[in-house]
Design a protein around this ligand. Structure first.
Ligand code: ZN
Length: 306
């Protein structure tokens, strides 16, 4: 249904996602979801969960520039921002977060305990690194989560009940936090999977990632709308299968080229060619132009037990 709110947001460049509705749903009285996409290479998503009376912001972009656009879009809704949710501690999701927490100081910042603890230990160093790359586009600090989400906790956000699913080491070594609404057949998937993006494998925990995907497959197979950290929303079963295939295929390519625990340059070139042929045009989730080669090094180290 094309409400005035949807029309305004569409004009502002937000993509509205169709949700499958439980029986008895009345348009304008349930949850709506809009995506803000920092497009192109280094693409990363934020989402707005829009309820009848409040908004929840999912993830904080890589730099202040994009995060300020998320702030503007949230302000345009004329609804209070009830909470800000951080799915994990990677800088593409929290580098710009300070712009959002500064804009909505009343809203709690929700994250898992591992994410909070990692940020407490490493947040300052991470932001110094971000400032070395992005200058003033990166703030000098990352906000600390103010409300810890417990595994399997049920929490109402934007008027909808979600279950917290805390993952172990996967795309990020500290794991990540997903939110699942059974009623809306909706999964806020963090970076458990992307959608046709070249992933980040540098945390060295891709075996854990594969096992989290294998656990998620039967659980979320039928979920109709999954919101990935990178790329377009799609049914969860499709994205889980594609991410699993990508990681297994990458492992096989690296194993075939490994010599004494490392992959020589010629092998890296063959892996790049194979990956590009199978996933043409897949944008990188991080700015490094040599992300595939960096991924090869990290996976070789992981697979050789280094
Ligand atoms: Zn990410």
């Amino acid at each position: 249904m094309l409400t005035r709110r949807r029309l305004g947001l569409a004009a502002a460049g937000l993509t509205f996602l169709p949700l499958s509705r439980a029986a008895g749903y009345t348009p304008g009285r349930g949850l709506e979801v809009a995506k803000y996409d920092r497009p192109g290479e280094g693409l990363v998503n934020s989402f707005l969960l829009i309820g009848p009376r409040s908004v929840v912001i999912i993830d904080g972009q890589r730099t202040l520039v994009e995060a300020r656009q998320v702030v503007a879009l949230a302000r345009g809704l004329d609804l209070p921002v009830e909470a800000i949710f951080l799915s994990h501690e990677h800088p593409d999701h929290c580098g710009g977060l300070k712009a959002i927490t500064d804009a909505f100081p009343e809203a709690p910042l929700l994250a898992s305990e591992p994410t909070r603890d990692w940020l407490a230990r490493n947040g300052a160093g991470m932001m110094a690194f971000m400032r070395s790359i992005f200058g003033d586009r990166a703030p000098d600090s990352v906000p600390m989560p103010t409300r810890v989400l417990r595994p399997n906790e049920r929490i109402t956000l934007a008027g909808t009940e979600f279950t917290v699913d805390q993952l172990g080491p996967c795309e990020a070594s500290e794991g990540m936090t997903m939110l699942y609404s059974e009623a809306d057949s909706l999964l806020v998937a963090a970076d458990l999977f992307g959608n046709r993006a070249t992933p980040w494998l540098l945390d060295g925990t891709t075996r854990g990632w594969i096992s989290e995907l294998e656990k998620a497959a039967p659980k979320y197979q039928g979920v109709r709308t999954a919101l990935p950290g990178h790329g377009a929303a799609a049914p969860a079963g499709v994205l889980i299968a594609e991410q699993l295939a990508y990681l297994r295929e990458f492992h096989a390519l690296v194993r075939a080229e490994m010599q004494g625990g490392v992959v020589p340059d010629a092998g890296k070139a063959r892996i790049r060619a194979a990956v590009m042929a199978r996933h043409p045009g897949a944008p990188r989730v991080a700015p490094q132009p040599n992300l595939i080669e960096l991924n090869v090094d990290a996976v070789a180290k992981e697979l050789s037990g280094g």
